[in-house]
Design a protein around this ligand. Structure first.
Ligand SMILES: [Zn+2]
Length: 380
């Protein structure tokens, strides 16, 4: 089974069946990418699937002492203390539930597993701190962001039908996962780790919707969201290493080997609506490459582009981003995909074709030399 997520940043603009990706206010994600394999408690669970040979190759490299697999153990970060959580009773369709109130979130849930009730708000608050350090937000808005995490798909489907109008037809196609509308998200329990991963991914969309005046290029918003998916609990508090996402690394490797890679000049213009109808391997490639590009901006060549990436994020958030089309400075406006390439070239200081040469080198490193590390790195 695959976990799917879907998010709309402005639901009025979405037209199921007649989706207009150029508006980019609709983000119909039908992800093969956020699959259960990215959320497995133990990567060994994934063995026995098509990944087996790839993992074995990677472990062969590991056994050979590949030096590229070393030196990343100290990158796990997370909260040093649990966020305060107040609880209130809630109910949905006569089913008892709970509202988990934290400084930035109101999590409405019908999940009763005490472990999940304890950890889910810590995932969201921990992820919020990750988002903040990644892209500093404007002064905090005191209004908490709403999340609905149901214990059963049937409750989620009922809620979705009642609250998303005509767009429900799109959302209800999700067979496993959730979606974000504006600054609230709705999901249901899909296994403990997968539920946390979906929350951390959707939380980035919430954060951007709440705090950014301008539009983050859709492919880059997705790629960044994917960087937060790999949540681990080595103890009572969540941990992230933004370089790690084994499932995305596998998706990248599959895309390379099956010759499904999108050219970078095409990828940067894309929006989830462009791939929603395509075969799963093209969708998987889209998200894996988005993830790899966000990582590339963050850490290529010891962070060569990180200052430029941070500057760009800050100026998008402030609504002052460089964009010759002028369409990216307000998230509510229709956007011009043609603005993304000149925007990237402006901040990175070189033509995109030169960036692509480096990107191609980077993704092959992720998919091969670093592949084993993605699977064996232990959170601390
Ligand atoms: Zn997403």
């Amino acid at each position: 089974m695959k976990t799917q997520t879907l998010h709309l940043t402005q639901r009025k603009a979405c037209h199921p069946g007649g989706l207009s990706p150029r508006l980019a206010n609709c983000h119909p994600e039908v992800l093969r990418g956020i699959s259960e394999s990215s959320h497995v408690r133990d990567p060994w669970e994934y063995l026995g699937t098509t990944a087996l040979w790839s993992v074995l190759v990677a472990f062969t490299l590991l056994a050979g002492g590949c030096s590229n697999l070393d030196g990343t153990a100290a990158r796990w970060t997370g909260p040093t203390a649990a966020a305060p959580v107040a609880t209130e009773t809630w109910s949905y369709n006569q089913r008892d539930g709970t509202i988990l109130k934290t400084p930035h979130y109101q999590v409405h849930t019908t999940i009763t597993d005490p472990e999940v009730i304890k950890r889910l708000p810590q995932v969201l608050e921990g992820a919020y701190a990750q988002y903040q350090s990644f892209a500093a937000a404007a002064p905090p808005n005191a209004k908490p962001m709403k999340c609905y995490v149901f214990s059963r798909r049937s409750e989620w489907a009922d809620f979705t039908s009642r609250h998303t109008g005509a767009d429900a037809a799109v959302y209800l196609q999700i067979t496993r996962g959730g979606y974000t509308i504006g600054d609230w998200f709705v999901s249901y329990y899909v296994g403990e780790n997968a539920t946390y991963s979906v929350a951390a991914h959707e939380g980035w969309h919430q954060y951007v919707a709440r705090h950014f005046k301008g539009r983050l290029p859709p492919f880059l918003e997705e790629g960044t969201a994917c960087m937060f998916e790999n949540v681990r609990f080595p103890s009572e508090l969540p941990r992230w290493d933004l370089s790690l996402n084994p499932n995305r690394a596998l998706g990248l490797r599959n895309a390379i080997e099956n010759k499904k890679l999108w050219p970078l000049d095409k990828l940067v213009t894309m929006h989830a609506g462009d791939v929603v109808q395509l075969p799963g391997d093209k969708i998987e490639a889209f998200y894996a490459q988005d993830w790899a590009f966000a990582r590339f901006l963050w850490e290529y060549n010891n962070g060569q582009y990180r200052p430029a990436f941070k500057k760009m994020l800050g100026e998008i958030a402030a609504g002052t981003v460089y964009d010759p089309t002028g369409s990216m400075r307000r998230a509510v406006a229709a956007w011009s995909p043609a603005g993304v390439q000149p925007m990237l070239e402006h901040y990175l200081g070189k033509p995109l074709k030169d960036v692509e040469t480096e990107y191609q080198q980077f993704i092959r490193n992720v998919a091969y030399e670093q592949f084993g590390h993605q699977w064996v790195a232990k959170a601390s």
